[in-house]
Unconditional design. Structure first.
Length: 206
């Protein structure tokens, strides 16, 4: 009988893309060999598997997945105990495109204002509200999760980015008129799933 290797996951603890991949893998009960990378000194083994050099990267027998959404979908195709895949595909895709597209661009501008001195931080924050947070607030006022009363993979895919946004300026986040988003975020931050993927790992060396 052929023995399959344990999948290897190259990750970085605070990266939102890696975070959502880790959460999906954990949810699906898939054991991985976790390799925590150092951004300024990426291991050669990871770069050989995925020359683009970004995390997460999941390496299995004859297969490399180096996009976080591909890792999420692969994981929940293997095991989906709470039916995360029950999300409406068109609505799910619209949320992901909004999150990974314009919101991510604005998030970087908001998080690193020194890189974008020509931009007004308050204007960027207002755009974030209009493009992402207020539409989320509208959805979450009517249901516990973004696509209804059940958590789906979409909540997990978006959560790490909202978490990152909230941490840029906690006081400013607290003052925003988005109570339903704050409740949704707090619930995910307090979840066993989130805490289970945030353990600190030593840096992997080849």
């Amino acid at each position: 009988m052929k023995k399959f290797m344990t999948p290897i996951l190259y990750s970085y603890r605070r990266c939102p893309y890696a975070m959502r991949a880790r959460m999906a893998l954990k949810y699906a009960g898939i054991e991985v060999e976790h390799r925590e990378i150092e951004l300024r000194n990426k291991p050669q083994s990871m770069l050989l598997a995925s020359p683009k050099g970004t995390v997460p990267v999941l390496c299995m027998d004859g297969l490399v997945l180096d996009q976080s959404l591909d890792i999420m979908h692969w994981a929940i195709s293997r095991s989906d105990p709470d039916q995360w895949r029950s999300a409406d595909d068109a609505i799910a895709q619209a949320w992901i495109e909004k999150n990974d597209g314009p919101f991510k661009v604005l998030l970087d501008q908001y998080k690193y204002p020194n890189r974008f001195p020509e931009l007004d931080t308050e204007a960027v924050l207002n755009e974030i509200l209009q493009i992402m947070l207020l539409p989320m607030e509208k959805s979450l006022q009517n249901s516990q999760y973004l696509l209804g009363e059940k958590m789906t993979w979409v909540d997990i895919a978006i959560f790490p980015f909202i978490r990152q946004f909230s941490m840029v300026d906690l006081k400013k986040f607290d003052d925003l008129p988005i109570p339903a988003v704050k409740k949704w975020l707090a619930q995910l931050l307090e979840s066993e799933l989130f805490h289970s993927v945030m353990h600190k790992h030593p840096v992997w060396r080849d």
